[in-house]
Every structure is written in C-alpha cells, then in structure tokens.
Write a protein that binds this ligand. Structure first.
Ligand code: NZQ
Ligand code: ZN
Length: 385
C-alpha cells in the first residue's frame, strides 16, 4: 500500500427529514447566504424547508447557479457576501451548487484575483468561509470532499480546484430529496459515482486488498441499485444506498493508499467546456475507450475487475478484459446514457479542438503513470466516435 494522509472533517447528517436540524448545525448568530440552482429547490419545497429550519437566522438567498457552475455567476454571489457581510454559506442542490459554493467560500476571502483559484487549482487558497450543504442529487461526492469544478464560458474553460480548507462543515443527506430527480439525472449520478470509483480502483495493484474491496463493493452496489432507482425513484432504501455510495466514492476513503488515474475526468471536463455535454455523458463516452486504449498497463486490475465485478473468468486474458469493458459500456447504456460521440451528433471534427484544450490547460501527462499524453487522448477520442 502507498503512504497517505487521510483527514475528512465533514459531519454527515443522513436520513429522511434531517434538514429540520439545520438550526442546530449552522453556528449560532451566523449571517447566512443560501445558494441554490435553477428551479428545482423551489419547486420541490426543499428551499422552503431549509428557510423554515433557519427561521432564527439572518438569511439571504442567491439562486441561479447553473449546471457546470459559471465563474461569472459565482462572482455575483461573492459580491453579495461582501456587500452584506455574510459569514456562513449553505449550498442547497446538486454538485454544481455545492462546487459553486466552495468556490464562493474561497473567493470571498481571496486576496488574489479569484480567477487564480481556478488557474492554480486551489493552491493559492489561504482561507475560506465556513459552509454546509443540503444535497439534492447524489453523484459528485462534493458533499464530503474539498474539490470542485467551475467553468468560465468566455475562456471555454472548465477547471478543477481543491484545498483542504474547502471541506463542508456538514452535509445533510436526505435520500427522499432524490425522489424528484428526472431519469437522466439519476442515471448521470450512478455513472459519475461509478467512474469516480473506477478512477481510483482501476490502475495497478499496490497490495491494497481493503481499498480494492471497498471499491468493488461500491461498483457492485451501483450495478445493483442503478436500475432500481430508475425503475422506482420513490424506493427509499435504493435511494439511500445510492446516496451513500456516491458520497463514499469520492470522499477520500477508497483513494487513500492507492494509485489514481483521473484522465477520463480531465478529458471529460474539456468535452463539457467545448460541447456542453453533461459531466456523466462525457464519462460514459470516454471510460470504455480509455480502458481499451490502456488495456496493457491496466491488465492486472482489469482482470481483477472482470472477475470480481462481472464474474468473467472463462476466456483468455485478452477476451476477459474486452468483455469487462463491454459490460461496463452496456451498463451505462442500460441506464439510458449513450456511450459514443455519434449518439450526441459529434464527429471527428471535435478531436483537434479537444487536444488543443488539453494542451492549453497543461493536461499533457495524465493518468496513474503520467503517460496519458495528448497523443494517447487523441487515440481514445478516435475510439469513442
Ligand atoms: O438547477 P436546478 O433547477 O436546481 O436543477 C438541477 C440541475 O438542472 C437538477 N436537480 C438537482 N437536484 C434536483 C434536481 N432536479 C430535481 N430534483 C432534485 N432533487 O439537476 C440538474 C443537474 O444538477 P448538477 O448539480 O449540475 O448535477 P451534478 O450533481 O451531477 O453535478 C455536476 C457538476 O459537478 C462537477 C461536474 O463537473 C459538474 O460541473 N463534479 C464535481 C466533483 C466534485 N466536487 O468532487 C467531482 C465530479 O467528478 C464532477 O466533476
Ligand atoms: Zn465525476
């Protein structure tokens, strides 16, 4: 096992109706900014619920954080925080609202140009406002991690940032919040959590049997409950497992002491920035081709994945790896998420602009061996057409 630091200070409040406890979770006397997205928090009643729970506090609202949150919108929230002297943020929404709130937490106290937070991937964050979250969409793990992704449309950039000062103080995880999610968002969430697990599991062996089994447990659970939450979004038990899987897939636990890849994600971010696909759609397209392209260097883990997750043992090594990759693709497709660029009406014309974007953003040595160069990415993109 590799050496590691593990510290996760986020308190999780899990269960039905738990946002009623917000009054005890937010520090007494705090001046709060509630941040939310488009219409869902209003429509579903979650916003009203949260406001009621905070009736004893000075509360301001900031709505309109879009999917793939935009730098310009978030800077408007920073202006509200400064103008009103607010000292606590509460995100109510999915990964986009949570990531946006993380950025506001850092940008509000940033002495540098806040754009540098993204250009330097969070390395220049020296302080941040405290914040909590009420999660309404299981997918990103943002509710228990210190990272986020923000887009700047004028720069065609979607950049990640992280800093240990950016963990939420608490996150309320109420599985009933997922009851109102449309099918596409449920499927996206399952795939995002699945690929987060794969990015930390499917690399090379470092003698980490416990982390491997944590990861395989998450993958098997997601394969089991994915179809269930789609078939019946009101299934509390399935939604509860889904929400907890998504959180554990990216809260640092399964990644501690193992090699990590993340090349599928980095390429995926560029696809969203240029062509607007949902985050999970980009992952569903790229992951199968990425595994295919890098089959040799991932052979040992791919065979372990084939056997333990998909029960594939009968063929030659090559056949078993191919089958496991094909099963992965079929799983994504079975959730209704397409896995080829052609399905999104995109063709070979996208390849050169995407490679240029990776180079612009210094994403030229990706993967667990730093050997995923723009040339490798080009081949992955060709395989994904
Ligand atoms: O905007 P509203 O009206 O609120 O609607 C949202 C949005 O349109 C809707 N929604 C959310 N909760 C709902 C709901 N609709 C009905 N009922 C509910 N309970 O869902 C739509 C998508 O929301 P969004 O927050 O964009 O989705 P998701 O949670 O998948 O977040 C995606 C973002 O997170 C980033 C992605 O890149 C993307 O920008 N990621 C963040 C990570 C992290 N912080 O660790 C890691 C991930 O790899 C990912 O990159
Ligand atoms: Zn993701």
């Amino acid at each position: 096992m590799l050496s590691f630091d593990f510290h996760n200070p986020t308190k999780i409040i899990f269960g039905k109706g738990r946002s009623s406890e917000l009054g005890k979770l937010v520090p007494a006397g705090a001046k709060v900014l509630i941040l939310y997205g488009g219409q869902s928090a209003n429509r579903t009643g979650t916003l009203a619920e949260v406001q009621k729970a905070l009736s004893g506090f000075e509360v301001h609202l900031f709505g309109g954080i879009e999917p793939n949150p935009s730098f310009d919108t978030l800077m408007k929230a920073v202006a509200v925080v400064k103008a009103e002297n607010l000292d606590f943020l509460l995100a109510v929404g999915g990964g986009s609202v949570l990531d946006g709130t993380k950025f506001v937490a850092a940008a509000a106290l940033c002495e540098d140009d806040p754009w540098q937070i993204l250009l330097r991937h969070g390395a220049n964050v020296k302080k941040a406002l405290p914040y909590g979250t009420v999660l309404t969409l299981p997918a990103t793990g943002s509710e228990m991690n210190s990272g986020g992704v923000v887009s700047r449309i004028s720069h065609k950039a979607k950049l990640h940032f992280s800093n240990s000062l950016l963990f939420p103080q608490f996150s309320v995880l109420d599985p009933t919040k997922s009851f109102t999610l449309p099918e596409q968002q449920l499927a996206n969430g399952v795939i995002d959590a699945f690929v987060h697990t794969m990015e930390q599991y499917l690399t090379y062996p470092v003698d980490s049997p416990l982390q491997d089994r944590f990861a395989e447990g998450l993958l098997l659970t997601l394969i089991d409950i994915g179809p269930k939450v789609l078939a019946n979004p009101q299934d509390y038990e399935a939604q509860a497992s889904f929400m907890w899987c998504a959180t554990l897939a990216l809260n640092g636990l399964i990644g501690a002491g193992v090699a990590q890849d993340w090349s599928t994600h980095m390429l995926g971010h560029e696809i969203t920035a240029l062509y607007g696909l949902d985050h999970a759609q980009t992952l569903a397209i790229i992951l199968p081709s990425m595994l295919q392209q890098r089959k040799k260097s991932k052979q040992k883990k791919l065979l372990q994945y084939a056997e333990r997750v998909w029960n594939i043992t009968q063929g030659s090594d090559d056949e078993n790896m191919d089958q496991a990759i094909e099963k992965t693709r079929q799983f994504f497709e079975s959730l209704g998420v397409k896995t080829r660029f052609a399905d999104y009406k995109l063709g070979a014309e996208i390849i050169s602009p995407l490679i240029a974007q990776l180079e612009n953003h210094h994403m030229t040595r990706l993967g667990e061996h730093n050997d995923v160069t723009p040339e490798v990415c080009r081949q992955v993109l060709e395989k994904s057409l």
